[in-house]
Design a protein around this ligand. Sequence first.
Ligand code: NAD
Length: 210
Amino acid sequence: MKNLPHKTIERLSQYRRALLICLESGKTHIYSHEIAKIQHITAVQVRRDLMLIGYTGTLRKGYNVKELIDLIGEIIDSDEGIHVAIIGMGNLGRALINYFSGKRTQLSIVAGFDINPDKIGNTMSGVPCFGLDDLDRLIQTLDIKIGIMTVPADFAVEVADRLVRAGVKGILNYTPKPVNVPKGVYLEEYDMITSLEKVAFYVKMHNDEE
Ligand code: NAD
């Protein structure tokens, strides 16, 4: 499973989200074209992704929703769970904690870090906020594997370096400043402006066609 394409991993997470909603509504089986419709992709794409993880449904009934959720969990989740930290407990950092709260039992945000003395020592949405002086020690003692960066852009490079030195294995960078990480650390950068510009581009194309 190590060589699954990045996009497949992304889609598996999206499929699971959709399947959990189906399960809650009492649906026990689902066809590839139904998943495809929810995700706005083709049924061929869904079948290809699920074949890659070794899952086949029956033609008559489709995929077993519960089985598929469990299988995706076996692939994406890790048995012992993964601890996550947020660096920068400002508007976005706190919004992410609130959004994430209770959504995934295998991933838990166990600590926040900030430089603002008014925030250090407080608990925000259930997550304790520490000063950067405690970063190295807590990454080790709390076994934090992932750092989410929501600091001002000017601090992005410095914070990424500190996280890598402290031993995290993955970084999700929400700042608009790209950072570098060494081999062995997985980096994902997300910029809302890029997403909005992409939408704007397709809106423009659509307008030009009319
Ligand atoms: P904010 O000012 O509300 O929060 C930033 C927090 O980081 C503050 O609490 C501040 O004290 C703390 N901080 C500053 N320097 C630090 C350091 N060196 N170490 C640890 N903490 C530090 O800002 P915000 O609106 O939450 O935005 C945070 C970042 O996220 C910015 O870089 C912003 O551009 C970016 N952002 C990204 C998206 C996106 O889609 N990727 C969306 C909105 C904001």
